[in-house]
Design a protein around this ligand. Structure first.
Ligand SMILES: [Zn+2]
Ligand SMILES: [Zn+2]
Length: 239
C-alpha cells in the first residue's frame, strides 16, 4: 500500500460521506483482491501459499484503512464464498442474456513456468509506437494490445520467449454495446458530467470500435467458471 493507492481510493470515501450527510441510504463496500496471477507468483517466490500472501496483505490494508478513518460499511475479500457466488451469478446472467460467447484463441504460454501468461505478464515492443510495452496496453501510446502482437515477446516471470498455444474462453460481446455507449457519452459530454480527458479517451476507444474482451482466463486461483468443460479456468477479475 502506498500513497498513490490511497489517493485513488479516497474519492469513494468522500462520495460515501457526502451522500450519508444528505441523508441517503449508502452502502460503501470494497475488498482486497485475493485472486490472480501476481499473488500466485509471489507465493511461489516466497515458498508459501496463496492464502498466506492474501491474509498478510488483507490484514495490512484493513489496518491502514482503519487508521486513516475510511468509512467502509463492508471491507471484504475476493476469496470470500459470497463473492464467488455473486460473481458466478453475474456471469450466468450475462450468459443467459446472450452477452457471452465461446471462442478458441491462441495465447502466450511459458513452457519454463508451465502456465498460460496473463496479458500483462507478456512484455515486448509495441507494434504501434516501437516503445517497450506490456501485453495488455502500451503506456507510451495508450494502444490496447493483444500480447501476441508484441515484437520480441518475453515472459515477465522468467524472461524467456513464450510459445503460442490454443485455449478456449468466454468473451463479452462489448461491440454490441457500441451504439448505447456512444449515446451515453454524448449525454455526459453535453451535461459536462465528466472531465475532458475522460471524455477524450473514451471517444478515442469508441472511434476505434469497441472490441469484445475475454472474461475468463487460464489462472491458477480465483472464481471458477461454472460451466462444464471449463474446469480449471477462472472468471477474469474486471467483469
Ligand atoms: Zn505504443
Ligand atoms: Zn516464464
Amino acid at each position: 500500500m502506498h500513497l498513490g493507492h490511497i489517493a485513488a481510493l479516497l474519492p469513494g470515501d468522500i462520495l460515501a460521506r457526502y451522500y450519508r450527510q444528505k441523508g441517503e441510504k449508502v452502502l460503501y463496500v470494497s475488498g482486497s483482491d485475493c485472486n490472480g496471477t501476481p499473488i500466485s507468483i509471489r507465493a511461489n517466490q516466497e515458498q508459501t501459499t496463496v492464502n498466506a500472501i492474501a491474509d498478510r496483505y488483507h490484514k495490512e490494508f484493513e489496518q491502514v484503512f482503519q487508521q486513516l478513518g475510511f468509512s467502509y460499511d463492508i471491507y471484504t475479500r475476493t476469496d470470500a464464498s459470497h463473492h464467488h457466488q455473486i460473481v458466478q451469478t453475474i456471469f450466468l446472467t450475462l450468459l443467459e442474456n446472450g452477452y457471452l460467447y465461446k471462442k478458441k484463441t491462441d495465447q502466450a504460454y511459458c513452457e519454463y513456468d508451465g502456465c498460460f501468461l496473463p496479458d500483462r505478464f507478456v512484455e515486448g515492443i509495441c507494434p504501434n509506437c516501437g516503445e517497450k510495452a506490456r501485453g495488455d496496453q502500451c503506456d507510451h501510446c495508450s494502444a490496447i494490445l493483444d500480447p501476441l502482437e508484441l515484437i520480441d515477446k518475453r515472459c515477465k516471470i522468467c524472461g524467456q520467449e513464450p510459445v503460442v498455444k490454443e485455449t478456449e474462453h468466454f468473451y463479452l460481446s462489448f461491440s454490441t454495446l457500441q451504439e448505447k455507449l456512444e449515446k451515453y457519452i454524448a449525454g455526459a459530454e453535453q451535461e459536462k458530467r465528466w472531465r475532458e480527458n475522460a471524455i477524450a479517451l473514451t471517444k478515442r476507444y469508441l472511434a476505434e470500435g469497441i472490441q469484445d474482451r475475454a472474461v475468463t482466463r487460464d489462472l491458477p486461483n480465483g472464481v471458477d467458471v461454472p460451466i462444464e468443460g471449463f474446469e480449471g479456468k477462472k472468471i477474469y477479475v474486471w467483469i
